[in-house]
Design a protein around this ligand. Structure first.
Ligand code: A2P
Length: 341
């Protein structure tokens, strides 16, 4: 018998991708429930190519009997409903930042730290990392295993879908407004995003970093190794789907392009495309709708003793969110998740 799976935030950019990913990967679900706000209740969302599911109001839903719930409706919704779902016996895989740093909640990227899943039972909640962290740790893991990473410096180029469907609408509407000479209106982003870049994602913290940058530091430590130092600069760019990152690492052991490639090649979820020629690298437009984390432009950093630079691109709605959540659910099934009562 298959599982009963709920998607919370099913009408959103990530929620829709979760439904697509569950269907594409033939997740063993007998029943799939789509949940969103009362505003969307009664509407329909696609589940795979030929099926639709009627959206139900989350506030009226009883999680008893639901085995797994994938949450992507923002931190406030998760804070209110994830503990209730967990208490009702449903295992929550939460895409928000609400529980990521909770010591009783594992923060998991299945290719990197699947064994952390053993601890989910304390709250019945498992956290999905921030999209930028998820793709970066997949690229870092084989390098850390082979060379011992001491420090990471990363600049991100993050697409507007990371801010949800409203972020995508804002880029579209502003781009059109610029072309037809209408006033550019902004709601979701703090500055114009069309034909611009914004060095500000999430709120500012006391030390001058943004919360997005802080997340990359603390989440990498929690998933990979608390001894790795990470400093990040996160930037929103006018791309619809796909986050890019310029990653600079310093390692304990000597590292060069050849040995780094050898360590990364074949690592699950990672694809190296690096030809040092026109089109010999991956840009975000090509990664949209794709599962892997792509690494390009690998080269030795000549300015530090043991240093490497690379470019890393992934579909933020997939590996950065929906795919990682579904992979966690698959890992639970592989570990014989018991069905809810
Ligand atoms: P709705 O479409 O009914 O507002 P995105 O991140 O792409 O903006 O999507 C956010 C998702 O979270 C949507 O599915 C949205 O549903 C859902 N959501 C937002 N607020 C609530 C809420 N209070 N209760 C349930 N779902 C919510």
């Amino acid at each position: 018998m298959g599982y009963k799976v709920a998607v919370v935030g099913a009408t959103g950019a990530v929620g829709r991708e979760m439904l697509t990913t569950l269907a594409e990967r033939n997740f063993p679900a007998d029943e799939v429930v789509a949940l969103a706000s009362g505003r969307s209740a009664g509407g329909e969302v696609s589940y795979g190519e030929d099926r639709t599911v009627v959206v139900q109001d989350l506030s009226k839903y009883d999680f008893t009997g639901t085995d797994i719930a994938l949450f992507s409706a923002g931190g406030d919704v998760s804070k209110e409903y994830a503990p209730k779902a967990g208490k009702a016996g449903c295992v929550v895989i939460d895409n928000s930042s609400a529980f990521r740093m909770d010591p009783d909640v594992p923060l998991v990227v299945p290719e990197v730290n699947p064994d952390a899943l053993a601890r989910y039972g304390r709250k019945n909640i498992i956290a999905n990392p921030n999209c930028s962290t998820a793709q970066m740790v997949v690229a870092l893991k084989p390098l850390h295993d082979a060379f011992g990473i001491k420090r990471v410096v990363v600049s991100t180029y993050q697409s507007v879908s990371g801010a949800g469907k409203e972020g995508m609408d804002e880029l579209f509407n502003q781009t059109r407004a610029v072309y037809v000479n209408d006033p550019v209106e902004k709601e979701k982003f703090t500055k114009q995003i069309a034909f611009n870049v914004i060095p500000h994602i999430d709120v500012f913290m006391d030390d001058g970093f943004t919360k997005e940058e802080w997340k990359m530091t603390v989440e990498t430590k929690k998933i990979l190794d608390p001894d790795i130092d990470v400093v990040a600069q996160c930037v929103r760019v006018p791309v619809f789907i796909g986050h890019s990152e310029a990653v600079f690492i310093e390692t304990k052991k000597p590292i060069d392009e050849k040995s780094a490639r050898a360590a990364m090649e074949g690592f699950p979820g990672l694809v190296i495309i690096d030809h040092r020629a026109d089109e010999g690298y991956v840009s975000p437009v090509e990664c949209a709708g794709e599962d892997p984390v792509y690494v390009s432009r690998i080269r030795k950093d000549p300015t530090v003793k043991n240093g490497l630079v690379f470019w890393c691109v992934a579909d933020n709605l997939r590996k950065g969110a929906a795919l990682n959540a579904v992979q966690i659910a698959e890992e639970l099934v592989a570990r014989h998740l018991k069905k809810a009562a």
